[in-house]
Design a protein around this ligand. Structure first.
Ligand code: OSB
Ligand code: MG
Length: 371
C-alpha cells in the first residue's frame, strides 16, 4: 500500500454551549484533521485533539501543525508499508507530541481498516455492538443552572454524569446534584486544580455525596498525592493527565495511585498505546474507560471503536453528537440509544462518512502534502 497524500485541515466548530473546566472555557473548538489517501484512492481520517491553547497539556493546534507538517509527514512518506506500528516505531525518536502522533496513527487505523473492508472496531477485535456512555458537564455559572443542566441530560437518557470541579466549585454543587438525584452514578474531574494538601477535604465531600470516582485532582506528576487519596477511599481515583505512556502507568500502579484509568488516544499517542495501557490496567484489576476531548464525529468514531474492545468496562465520556455540536462533521450523527449507549458503527473504517459540505463550511485552512 502506497500513500499518495496527506491533507491537514484546520477546523473551527462552534460548540452548542461553552464548556468550562478548571483550566478555561471553550466556545468554538479549533482542531486539526488528517486525511490520508493511497495511490488506489482509499482514504483514512484522523483527528488531533490539541486545542488552541496548551491548557490541558503542553500541545496546541500550532505545535501539532508544526509537528505533523515538518516531522511526521516526511517520516510517514518514507515508510515502505505505512501501518500504525511502523509509523509509531519511526515516530518514537521524537519526544512527546503525542496528540500530533495520535492524529496520524488514527488515520492509519482508518485507512488500513477501509482497505481490508473491515470496521476499525472489528480490526481491533471489538465485540460490543453498543457501548455504555455518560456525559461530562462543565462548570456552570450557578448551582441551580448546574442542577438544571444535569436534569436535562438525565431526561435525554444519560445515566452517568461527570461534573467538572475546582477549588470553590466542589462540595456545594456536588452536594446539590446529589440531593436532587439520589441514585445518580456521579463522577467528578478536577483537571489537576487542587494543591496536594487537599487530600482530606476532597475525601470528605466525595465520601459525603457518594461520588463514585474522583478524576485527576492533583498535578500530573503528583503520584503520591493521588495514592494518599486512593488509600482506603470509598471511591475510585482515576488518572487522566498523569498517564501518558506505559512507564507512567507502571509507576502509578506500583504506587497504588490509580484505581480507574481514563484512556484518551490523544493523550497517549494513539489507539495502539491506549489499547495496551487498558490491557495492562485490567491485569492489575484496574478498570479502564474511554475519555473524550470534545472530538468531532471523526475522533469520536475512533473512540467508540476502541471502547467496543474488552478492557473498557466503565461508561465512556463519549456523548451524542448533539451534546457537542449543532452540525457534526460526520453522517450519520451519533445518537444516544437505550441504556445510555452509543451504537458502534459497522461499516468499513470508522464507519461514518465525513460530510464534505460541512467540513468546508467550518474549515479555516487546508494544506495538502504529496508523497
Ligand atoms: O479532562 O476529561 C477531560 C474535555 C476537554 C479536555 C479535558 C477533558 C474533557 C472532557 C470532555 O471531560 C469529555 C467529552 O469529550 O465528552
Ligand atoms: Mg479528565
Amino acid at each position: 500500500m502506497r500513500l499518495a497524500s496527506l491533507r491537514l485541515d484546520e477546523v473551527e466548530l462552534p460548540l452548542v454551549e461553552p464548556f468550562e473546566t478548571s483550566f478555561g472555557v471553550e466556545q468554538n473548538r479549533r482542531f486539526l484533521l488528517v486525511r490520508l489517501e493511497t495511490k488506489d484512492g482509499v482514504e483514512g481520517w484522523g483527528e488531533c485533539a490539541a486545542a488552541s491553547d496548551p491548557l490541558y497539556s503542553s500541545e496546541s493546534v500550532a505545535t501539532a501543525r508544526w509537528m505533523i507538517s515538518e516531522r511526521l509527514v516526511p517520516l510517514l512518506f518514507r515508510l515502505e508499508d505505512p501501518t500504525p506500528e511502523a509509523f509509531l516505531r519511526e515516530a518514537a525518536r521524537f519526544r512527546g507530541n503525542r496528540m500530533a502522533k495520535a492524529a496520524v496513527e488514527l488515520a492509519l487505523h482508518d485507512l488500513r481498516a477501509r482497505a481490508a473492508g473491515r470496521s476499525v472496531a472489528e480490526s481491533l477485535g471489538g465485540r460490543r455492538r453498543r457501548i455504555r456512555v455518560g456525559v461530562s458537564v462543565g462548570i456552570q455559572p450557578t448551582v441551580p443552572k448546574l442542577v438544571d443542566r444535569v436534569g436535562r441530560y438525565l431526561a435525554a437518557g444519560y445515566r452517568r454524569v461527570k461534573l467538572k470541579v475546582r477549588p470553590g466549585w466542589d462540595a456545594v454543587p456536588v452536594g446539590a446534584v446529589r440531593r436532587e438525584y439520589p441514585d445518580l452514578d456521579l463522577w467528578v474531574d478536577a483537571n489537576q486544580a487542587y494543591p496536594v494538601g487537599a487530600v482530606r477535604s476532597i475525601r470528605a465531600w466525595a465520601k459525603k455525596y457518594r461520588v463514585a470516582q474522583v478524576e485527576q485532582p492533583f498535578a500530573e506528576r503528583a503520584i503520591r498525592a493521588h495514592a494518599a487519596l486512593a488509600d482506603g477511599a470509598p471511591f475510585r481515583v482515576c488518572l487522566d493527565e498523569s498517564i501518558v505512556d506505559p512507564v507512567s502507568l507502571e509507576d502509578a500502579l506500583e504506587a497504588r495511585a490509580v484505581t480507574s484509568l481514563n484512556v484518551k488516544v490523544a493523550r497517549v499517542g494513539g489507539i495502539t498505546v491506549g489499547s495496551a495501557l487498558a490491557r495492562r490496567a485490567a491485569r492489575a484489576r484496574v478498570p479502564s474507560w474511554i475519555g473524550g476531548m470534545l472530538e468531532s464525529g471523526i475522533g469520536r468514531a475512533h473512540n467508540v471503536a476502541l471502547a467496543s474492545t474488552a478492557p473498557f468496562v466503565l461508561p465512556a465520556d463519549l456523548s451524542a453528537s448533539d451534546r457537542y455540536y449543532r452540525e457534526d462533521l460526520t453522517d450519520p450523527p451519533f445518537v444516544l440509544g437505550p441504556g445510555s449507549t452509543l451504537e458502534v458503527p459497522r461499516k468499513p473504517g470508522i464507519g461514518v462518512d465525513v460530510v464534505d459540505r460541512t467540513l468546508k463550511k467550518y474549515r479555516r485552512a487546508t494544506h495538502t502534502f504529496r508523497a
